[in-house]
Write a protein that binds this ligand. Sequence first.
Ligand code: WT7
Length: 655
Amino acid sequence: MATIKSILHETRVFPPEAAFVKQANLSSMEAYYALCDEAEKDLDAFWGKLAREEVMWHTPFSRVLDESNHPFFKWFDDGELNVSFNCLDRHLASQPDKAAIIFEADDGKITLSTYRDLHGRVCRFANGLKSLGISKGDRVIIYMPMSIEAVVAMQACARIGATHSVVFGGFSAKSLHERIIDAGAVAVITADEQHRGGKINHLKTAVDDAIALGGTDSVKSVVVYKRGSGDVQWHVSRDVWWHELTNGKSDVCEPEWIGAEHPLFTLYTSGSTGKPKGVQHSSAGYLLGAILSMKWVFDYKPTDIFWCTADVGWVTGHSYVTYGPLAVGATQIVFEGVPTYPDAGRFWKIIQDHKVTTFYTAPTAIRSLIKNGPDLPGKYDLSSLRLLGSVGEPINPEAWMWYYTVVGQSCCPVVDTWWQTETGSHMIAPVPGAVPLKPGSCTLPLPGIMAAIVDEAGHDIENGKGGFLVIKRPFPSQARTLWGDPERFRNTYFPKELGGKYYLAGDSANRDLDGYFWIMGRIDDVLNVSGHRLGTMEIESALVASPLVAEAAVVGKPDDIRGEAIVAFVVLKGTRPQGESAHNIAIELRNWVSQEIGPIARPEEIRFGDNLPKTRSGKIMRRLLRTLAKGEEITQDISTLENPAILEQLKQPIA
Ligand code: WT7
């Protein structure tokens, strides 16, 4: 991959700017190392102290880490709290009139919600949910556009102790159906419409389609927030409008005090098999991770205007839209639209208009904005910015340099944050007032995060070489299990091959001689398309579900904007199509995948063969397919290949 090659040759170093250091929460390597040492010496004391300082407890905890049932760790187990209380009520006395959310709609309309207002909205909606019979321990699916209401829905679930599971609005009815069933959800919260880039997506229709697929008897209510003006189909027995549900409800709702380990949410993510996994997070440990990373990595100050561009359908939107910024009492921007609508200056205009200080986005967005208007940032006043962040995939050094010099005017640190749905919050990321930056490296682990690189047997690898990225000791914000599948949790993240002790992240990484981490990519069959995780097996299952398809194999190929693009090699049930007919079937299959999983999974290219390249024992040779997808000549040994002639057929893209 071009990114990886350029990363490996990177030698530039950017020490923190004096002006930034002066105001930083953590402002020297000594301060950073002191925290790391504290954690090394006594992990319990380190996290226990932070949990007491940063989280508001209803009942204090007496134990910090319980690892007796490895790897199902418990943190602060006998403590009680409420996460929504920690995000809202705790600010009511000190800053009720401070803006909590500045919402900018796709069409530019702005709505502001103060901490007092947001608290009232959350309480009213929580009371509404209660009136539907929803209570502690129930699972609720949230399928909503970016909106104040999406945050309210999540916070209201947290308030009553219901476990939410947000499904990204770009997922299909089929994907939604699968998640509703896996979670055994009692309710779905949605909106009539989603508006992005001037286009309308009918979310409520997708919910109806999902429920019509059957097996969803657990769902008693569908709550619909009215975002648009079109008609929607109505099922009186289960559908209820958001505004009718909250109408007349009290704006006081006593929070449900729950145990520290109570599941705050599950979030589905892709893995090596066809079935998405419901990553389950705790309440207290998760919250602590979100708060600390706001302070350590984003160097949060009460005067900040914080903007994370991620959708609440991803973990980034959970930790750095719904929970982290509110827990620290920040003012944040929530944006409904897309970076390129009405033009590629939209992000810069929002930063200028709202005087954003802290901006957090993905490399794929940065690359697409470089392509669509490298000089556009210069047309806006971006002088309010003081910190830039990146997340989702490795950022190539050239994109990093553009972000740093053109957007940040060479005075804002760029924090490249490595973490995952499973880790809940940042793991390896610069503490910007202390750690010198290297473009393309996520730098050093946060205090208390014992990240390391090991070989196949779990042995440490010396700096300067690559291997598997692991985290050796438990940390509070890590996932507790996979919903309904603890064995899969253990096998995936604590595999026996590595001794079963370390958390295996699923990424390969290098550590340079200064101890800096350079993430190289996934070690499993997971693709990273525009910063989103997609399992190749998931896409293959979708393809094979088409009546036309006999067999399919999916690989990624490098893509300048999206990081990776999906290439599918397909064997049809009939004969191999050619010319016009191949073209049409390819289009049909791409749309099919989009409908099965969602538009993000639509293959970029489809190629047809009479068969797939297989070994004599029948195993598909994916490394050959990856070479073909890149358009490169095969130089690998193909002596074990059963049917070499197939390679010729699969060389050419159809559509
Ligand atoms: C995978 C996790 C964490 C929120 C967004 C994605 C890749 C993520 C970085 C980064 C290099 C990164 C990894 C990781 N990744 N951030 N800063 N540098 N790679 O969450 O969908 O759970 O995906 O994204 O491969 O394992 P996710």
